[in-house]
Design a protein around this ligand. Structure first.
Ligand SMILES: Nc1ncnc2c1ncn2[C@@H]1O[C@H](COP(=O)(O)OP(=O)(O)OP(=O)(O)O)[C@@H](O)[C@H]1O
Length: 282
């Protein structure tokens, strides 16, 4: 139920308004070929150290547009660190990353901000603004496209942005919570708001770090279905980390596995079994 102390609900659009709809639909028959412009993410010999402590080295892969990639590995294997390196949130210690055809490791300033605006991130920390409404928090996902105060609050945001945010909330099943304060949500609800915020800008790439960690089984399935539809229907390249082997095998087209500071596994999910994945945790 919405919070009666806040404004009346905002009208929901009948159809989600996705700015990324111009991307070519991707066949559900399998990943696109790894050549030419269809490669969305490329890591070449990426190394990361914190001080003198290595996390991983020699990590290379090419991910095709519209692929769903599960990144797996034991606690501390470096999954979150790799996502943050790919996103350009922390510098790599060696190697290069290219995103959407641009050298992300060599990009800074306004150009990096423009590149990031085309990428969605769901991190393990939701970082919602507690005293603002759910709707305002989702609208914040558009700040990369529209910097400035108007996209800070749903009271100020243009109708098109509010509609896009409502559509994103609809997708995560939280439209009825749009006007509730973010600090009155459960952990799982906060997680779903963070997902709505990540997808509201119609990202071309979506990085999701344990997106189902705080969700109950049904909500987790819904979120994975949503990610699959983003990949299949909208051609979004989705990279998610997970400790859920069932999700990994059912929802990943491809599985990358980190262990002992190396990328020990890079295979199609269809070619893997539960036992193969468990080997990464030994
Ligand atoms: N900012 C940091 N400074 C120093 N070390 C860090 C930092 N961030 C992460 N690490 C270390 O890097 C390693 C990889 O951490 P990371 O969070 O990437 O692992 P993970 O695979 O995502 O783990 P989990 O499954 O527990 O989320 C860990 O040993 C961690 O302690």
């Amino acid at each position: 139920m919405s919070d009666p102390t806040l404004e009346p609900p905002v009208a929901r659009p009948a159809q989600p308004d996705r700015a990324g709809a111009q991307r070519a639909p991707v066949s559900s028959a399998g990943p696109a070929p790894l050549s030419g412009p269809a490669v969305d993410i490329e890591a070449r010999d990426v190394t990361k150290r914190f001080g003198d402590t290595p996390v991983f080295s020699g990590v290379s892969f090419r991910l095709a547009r519209g692929e769903a990639i599960a990144l797996v590995g034991a606690n501390g294997a470096g999954k979150s660190t790799l996502l943050r390196c790919l996103m350009g949130l922390i510098p790599v210690s060696g190697g290069t990353v290219s995103l959407l055809g641009r050298d992300a490791t060599g990009t800074t300033g306004a150009e990096l901000r423009r590149l990031r605006a085309r990428i969605g991130l769901v991190s393990q920390k939701h970082n919602l603004v507690p005293r603002l409404s759910v709707l305002s928090n989702v609208i914040h996902g558009l700040l990369g496209h529209h910097p400035g105060l108007r996209h800070w609050s749903h009271h100020l945001a243009p109708a098109a942005s509010r509609d896009a945010a409502m559509a994103a909330l609809e997708k995560v099943g939280l439209a009825d919570f749009a006007l509730r304060r973010a600090d009155r949500l459960s952990g799982g609800q906060s997680q779903r708001v963070a997902i709505a915020r990540a997808i509201v800008g119609a990202p071309e790439i979506l990085f999701a770090d344990e997106p189902c960690a705080s969700l109950d089984p049904a909500a987790g399935e819904d979120v994975m279905h949503l990610f699959m539809s983003l990949a299949r229907q909208d051609g979004v390249t989705v990279v998610f980390t997970s400790h859920n082997l069932d999700h990994t095998l059912r929802y990943g087209d491809r599985v990358l596995g980190l262990a002992e500071g190396r990328m020990r596994l890079d295979a199609t999910a269809a070619s893997l079994t539960d036992t193969d994945l468990r080997g990464l945790y030994d």
